[in-house]
Design a protein around this ligand. Structure first.
Ligand code: RFL
Ligand code: PHB
Length: 394
């Protein structure tokens, strides 16, 4: 049966849900079509750090209350190398800016709750979603739901369906430029109900490989160690993980680390990826559908939010002011910010991970750069202003 809406959104991750919420608040009809179940989407443990502009957008979408109540404001983080920790004072180098530690799972849960409270339509468990006729102004989606073929007509399609989604895949290859780098290692992550080893995040460069100490709350931790791409989660017992993490931290952190049973354990590959442009006629790509960063700078979710900010404003301009200026500039405006975050995430990854092919000189060059970074006000400022999030171009 054919149904109609103004904006058909593919994907109920943070990009799709946030876009849906912002559009609905501006009186723009939208339907979200998601391949998985809601519980499956909530079960994915991912990002943990929000830039202030992301937090502001969640407020604008009316879903910021729990983030303000439960999120942890961080004014700095620590870099660990050579057996010692060095603090990067984010607030002191950016005129008082900070980040908020609040899990992607919670952002998603808040957005889902707001969407269902507002009675906005979401189709979970939609199979074989495909966008059609997006080179004209009458695009539509087809999909199967409960075994029945469905059609959703729209003015616009928003491809918020992540890296493996259907929207980018439907674009003719000749219309896309792809830029990609796959890193020769992954991150093994663990979630545990233990108190954080430190009140701030610790990014550690160690001869055995990178490690990251993060958290979700004062009683829940998220830790990562760089691992081989050949490793399987089953190969890593909790004890093996904790032992490896301890070895990659400074002696004080290693001693005070509180361990416990994992409640989630997973391996993520690391990739830098950009697909250009981000608009094809009446279809837009947003978030991971268009770009991926390695997680080292905590930029993925924040970039998704900045695409959604630019897209929601462009669509509001279209419907309210009858101007397509924002739509015409969507791709260019997103990509300006995307490439800067790609550069930062690639650089921070290069600085902190053990690379199989750069040898002893690679490690010494990293060490020289880390020493410089923590001793030069100029270098610390560059790090801090990128970490808290670069400004929008207006
Ligand atoms: P998502 O979250 O992948 O959501 C896409 C949604 O689309 C659905 N979908 C489809 N639906 C219908 N039909 C299809 N054919 C479909 N194909 C896919 C999917 O089921 C899914 O629900 O993309 P979105 O919304 O753009 O959000 C992007 C973020 O999830 C991502 O950038 C971050 O998680 C990246 N990331 C981090 N970002 C940060 O900003 N800070 C961090 O600290 C951070 N840490 C991380 C991360 C990502 C990680 N992994 C596992 C990739 C840590 C890790 C370990
Ligand atoms: C996380 O808490 O999952 C996290 C934090 C910082 C990062 C990446 C991931 O850079």
């Amino acid at each position: 049966m054919a149904r109609r809406t103004q904006v058909a959104i593919v994907g109920a991750g943070p990009s799709g849900l946030l876009l849906g919420q912002l559009l609905a608040r501006a009186g723009i009809d939208n339907v979200i079509v998601e391949r998985q179940s809601g519980d499956y989407v909530l079960g994915r443990i991912r990002a943990g750090v929000l830039e202030q502009t992301t937090a502001d957008l969640l407020d604008e979408a009316g879903v910021g209350a729990r983030m303000h109540a439960e999120g942890l404001v961080h004014d700095g983080f620590e870099l660990c190398f050579g057996g010692a920790r060095h603090r990067i004072d984010l607030a002191g180098h950016t005129g008082g800016k900070h980040v908020i530690v609040y899990g992607q799972t919670e952002v998603t849960r808040d957005l889902m709750a707001a969407r269902s409270a507002a009675g906005l339509p979401t189709v979970y468990g939609a199979k074989d979603v495909a966008p059609h006729h997006f080179d004209g102004d009458s695009p539509y989606l087809t999909y199967t739901h409960d075994g029945q073929p469905q059609e959703l007509r729209a003015d616009f399609i928003a491809g918020c369906d992540g890296y493996h989604g259907a929207c980018r895949a439907a674009v003719p290859p000749a219309a896309l430029s792809i830029f990609e780098k796959v890193y020769p290692f992954g991150w093994l992550g663990i979630l545990a109900d233990t108190p954080p080893v430190s009140h701030e995040l610790i990014y550690s460069n160690h001869e055995r490989g990178f490690a990251l100490c993060s958290m979700r709350s004062p009683t829940r931790t998220r830790y990562y160690v760089q691992c081989s791409l050949h490793d399987k989660v089953e190969d890593w017992s909790d004890d093996a993980f904790w032992d490896e993490l301890r070895r990659r931290l400074d002696p004080r952190a290693a001693e005070t680390l509180v361990t416990g049973p994992s409640i989630e354990k997973s391996i993520a590959p690391l990739r830098s990826f950009v697909a250009e442009p981000m608009r094809f006629g009446s279809m837009f790509l947003a978030g991971d559908a268009a770009h991926i960063v390695p997680p080292t700078g905590a930029k993925g979710l924040n970039l998704a939010a900045s695409d959604v900010r630019i897209l929601s404003r462009a669509l509001v301009e279209h419907y309210r002011d009858h101007s397509d200026a924002g739509i015409e500039r969507y791709s260019e405006r997103c990509l300006a910010r995307v490439w800067k975050a790609e550069r930062f995430s690639w650089w921070f990854t290069s600085l902190t991970h053990k690379f199989p092919d750069t040898g002893a000189i690679g490690a010494r060059l990293q060490r020289a750069e880390l020493d410089y970074l923590v001793s030069s006000q100029a270098a610390t400022t560059v790090m801090a202003e990128n970490y808290v999030g670069l400004p929008f171009d207006g």
